[in-house]
Design a protein around this ligand. Structure first.
Ligand SMILES: [Zn+2]
Length: 394
């Protein structure tokens, strides 16, 4: 009898786990990778295994995007500038199979309640999804009234963020406030075995990463707790970030659609590799459905863009065009993120890992996507869409 989510065998793909393992078959079932090998046996017909030939395609782990405004971000120039939420297929088309959602500048009209519900909704639709409690602000908006309780007791909440520093929209947090938050996240992570990260939004301010450097100097909290993002928004800030890596911090670059005064994510990663910075200490995220505003010196918004999950895929493609090997750059979008976010079974292709699989075509375009063993994209087109997406509009 055929089940609604049958087993699938992907044959003859060029597999990167993210390391290159050559031509390999993958047997997927029950949401997991059940077996991998150069030539898996023919499956008995009683099992109704779907055979899919992926000859000529690169088979990679699904991308993990750890900075997505799943409820929509923005709102910094009036209520009409609140960005709508991203639909399921905007992620899957980009080869993204896992997301970490967050609130941003607006932690007032946007709530952790809505964030958690939206995150759970994405799970229902088939994506793997988590979120951070908090927003730009301190005191931090939470679900239960405490950062620690949110992380310990609320399943999808794995850390706190994006707490803004060096930004005119921040709460101008002090070092003590940052240390208290980091300690809450860290100890909650210990109790719950979750990431317990403090994910920072970096603004354009001259103070740059100074607060994080001070926190590292003054407290015993491990470096893995601190995860600053948007570090490529200015050349000077990225240079600071490259130095911060020496202290063991993993930094996150944003796949902005244009560089402005900073660096495009692929240029930043290219520099990182060129400068022989540790490849395991950099991650990349899309800022999907976030507002990408430009302000004048009085805080008036003069231009506004919207983050798009596809920018993550574009970054990967641009890095390949720059001549980087797929196996060199894949960890930035997969295993590194899974490690920082403590997402077990994510970011790699191996037996018993989750069946989050992306197949890239010869032009490195996203061709097939499976989330937890379920088809999302086939031959470049969505075959499963979000609840309110109409197929004919896609
Ligand atoms: Zn941000």
């Amino acid at each position: 009898m055929r089940t609604t989510n049958p087993m699938i065998v992907l044959r003859h793909g060029e597999v990167y786990d993210p390391s290159p393992v050559g031509s390999c078959d993958l047997l997927l079932g029950g949401g997991k990778i059940l077996a991998m090998g150069p030539k898996l046996p023919t499956m008995p017909s009683e099992l109704s295994v779907e055979e899919v030939d992926v000859t000529g395609l690169k088979v990679i782990p699904g991308l993990i995007d750890a900075h997505v405004h799943v409820t929509g971000g923005g709102g910094e120039s009036g209520f009409s500038t609140r960005v709508p939420r991203a639909a399921l297929s905007e992620f899957t088309r980009a080869g993204i199979t896992s997301v970490v959602g967050l609130l941003g500048a607006d932690g007032t009209t946007r709530t952790i309640r809505d964030l958690v519900a939206t995150t759970m909704g994405l799970r229902e639709e088939g994506l793997s999804a988590w979120c951070y409690t908090g927003s730009y602000q301190i005191p931090v908006p939470t679900l239960t009234g405490s950062v620690r309780d949110d992380i310990v007791y609320v399943d999808p909440i794995i850390g706190v963020g994006e707490v803004a520093i060096s930004d005119h929209r921040s709460s101008q947090p002090t070092l003590d406030e940052i240390l208290r938050l980091a300690s809450e996240a860290y100890t909650a992570g210990m109790i719950s075995q979750k990431a317990g990260v403090l994910h920072f939004h970096l603004g354009d301010g001259e103070r740059g990463l100074e607060l994080i450097r001070q926190a590292l100097k003054q407290a015993e909290i491990p470096t893995r707790v601190y995860h600053p993002t948007h570090v490529n928004r200015q050349v000077r800030l990225f240079e600071e970030a490259m130095t911060l890596a020496d202290q063991g911090v993993t930094v996150d670059v944003t796949a902005f659609p244009d560089a402005d005064e900073g660096l495009m994510a692929h240029d930043a990663i290219h520099q990182w590799i060129d400068n022989k910075r540790p490849i395991e200490q950099i991650t990349c995220s899309s800022d999907g459905a976030g507002c990408l505003p430009t302000f004048d010196d009085q805080g008036n918004m003069v231009a506004m863009g919207v983050g798009d999950p596809i920018s993550l895929t574009h970054t990967l493609q641009q890095l390949l065009e720059l001549g980087h090997a797929l196996e060199t750059i894949l960890p930035i979008f997969t295993t590194n993120v899974a490690r920082v976010m403590r997402l077990s079974g994510k970011g790699q292709l191996q037996t018993s890992a989750h069946a989050d699989v992306v197949c890239l075509d010869q032009n490195n375009q996203v061709h097939h996507v499976l989330c937890n063993g379920k088809w999302m994209i086939r031959h470049g087109e969505p075959v499963h869409v979000g609840t309110f997406e109409r197929k004919e509009q896609l």
